[in-house]
Design a protein around this ligand. Structure first.
Ligand code: SF4
Ligand code: SF4
Length: 189
């Protein structure tokens, strides 16, 4: 790899590896066990095994423009199945953080909606300390353009006392600390 990669490629691989403690993609020998166990591989243009290969050969732009890491549900099956202990799940997460840091927008609407949901979800938790579902669903529906999505479930949830119209705001301080030590620290990398 030393011989074929230019300096920029190598530093980009290092930058991505720097996002994930202990990630080393060089150990992968392409057995495919990660892809075979991935429950959403069929939704990915580049399934886990290929994503690792792209990073290995320094095709970072292709890896970053893939929809794979947006569709990853972080179940960890790939990492658990890997005989070489490659942290594939963490790589997917790292690519997500990396692309957010670089302000890259997913090219397809479905992946853009996943990115939007992630952002709304995290901001919701950051603001209230605990999920405030009404705000989450309302903001997500308005901003994604699916105004009526899931609204038919509201009456039944109301009857069973599952919808609260005022946020609990418990654990707000603790959550702020957690964000400071995780998300905000990551943003500064
Ligand atoms: S399971 Fe591990 S070694 Fe096999 S292809 Fe996936 S990352 Fe590579
Ligand atoms: S963590 Fe992501 S890539 Fe790995 S098996 Fe689960 S969904 Fe697939």
């Amino acid at each position: 790899m030393e011989k074929v990669l230019g300096k920029n490629r190598k530093s980009e691989i290092k930058e991505i590896e720097g996002f994930i403690d202990g990630l080393d993609v060089s150990g992968c020998y392409q057995c495919g066990k990660c892809t075979a166990g991935c429950p959403v591989a069929h939704l990915m243009d580049n399934p886990p095994q290929r994503m690792i290969r792209l990073v290995q050969i320094g095709a970072i732009d292709e890896a970053l423009s893939s929809n794979a890491y947006w569709n990853c549900v972080a179940c960890g099956t790939c990492s658990a199945r890997c005989p070489r202990k490659v942290k594939i799940s963490e790589l997917m997460d790292g690519l997500k953080s990396f692309s957010i840091k670089k302000k890259m927008t997913p090219k397809d609407r479905s992946e853009r909606n996943i990115a939007l949901f992630n952002e709304i979800f995290l901001n919701n938790i950051r603001r209230h300390g605990r999920l405030f579902e009404v705000e989450l669903v309302g903001m997500n529906n308005v901003l994604s353009g699916h105004l009526l999505r899931d609204t038919t479930k509201a009456p039944e949830m109301l009857v069973h006392g599952k919808l609260k119209f005022i946020p609990s705001n418990i654990a707000k301080k603790d959550m702020k600390k957690i964000f400071k030590n995780t998300v905000e620290k990551n943003d500064k990398r």
